[in-house]
Design a protein around this ligand. Structure first.
Ligand SMILES: [Zn+2]
Ligand SMILES: [Zn+2]
Length: 182
């Protein structure tokens, strides 16, 4: 039996993660499991930008994969970036095993709005599914309602559904069958 692992990178509120695990279980034919690692991700910190490099987190997570791991998504509260992008909500290895997602810009507080746990979980779920889609080989989708649509604003995240469109879903199902039952 293989699992989709969710692994914290630094402190993340447990109730958020419990809700995330439950929702992911309904979407993929694998159970989700949580690994709590509260160690500060200083290894990925870039002082010049006061942000953290997503790729460095992915590299570290890739070196610590459990044997029964189907995919692993790192969840962090710190702000992520790449060398060429001012920020990212998340990043994934295309057709790989590892992704990382940040809660930082998914919070209402980031936009000076009152805290909303339900909305935060919903956004986090969408970003996790999106990055898992990349892990299953999907590129971005032109359907603005599809979870694989590219988002560079919180409005576009809120605008999309927490599911794949028919075409993307078919692709993911096929990849899972090929990788696991061929
Ligand atoms: Zn993407
Ligand atoms: Zn799609």
């Amino acid at each position: 039996m293989k699992y989709i692992y969710l692994k914290t990178i630094g402190l993340v509120k447990p109730t958020i993660l419990e809700n995330l695990v439950k929702s992911l279980d309904m979407l993929f034919p694998f159970q989700s499991k949580l690994i709590v690692d509260e160690e500060n991700p200083l290894f990925a910190f870039e002082p010049k930008r006061d942000q953290y490099y997503a790729k460095k987190m992915i590299e570290k997570l890739a070196g610590e994969l459990p044997l029964d791991c189907e995919k692993l998504v790192g969840i962090t509260d710190v702000d992520l970036c790449t060398p060429v992008l001012t920020f990212v909500y998340g990043e994934a290895q295309l057709s790989g095993n590892v992704a990382v997602v940040s809660l930082n810009r998914l919070r209402q507080e980031f936009y000076y709005l009152p805290h909303n746990d339900a909305l935060l979980v919903e956004r986090l779920l969408k970003e996790c599914i999106h990055e898992l889609g990349h892990c299953y080989g999907l590129f971005h989708c032109n359907n603005s309602k599809c979870v694989m649509c590219f988002s560079n604003s919180i409005i576009s995240i809120d605008n999309k559904k927490k599911n794949f469109c028919v075409g993307c879903k078919e692709f993911v199902d096929k990849t899972i069958r090929k990788e696991n039952y061929a």
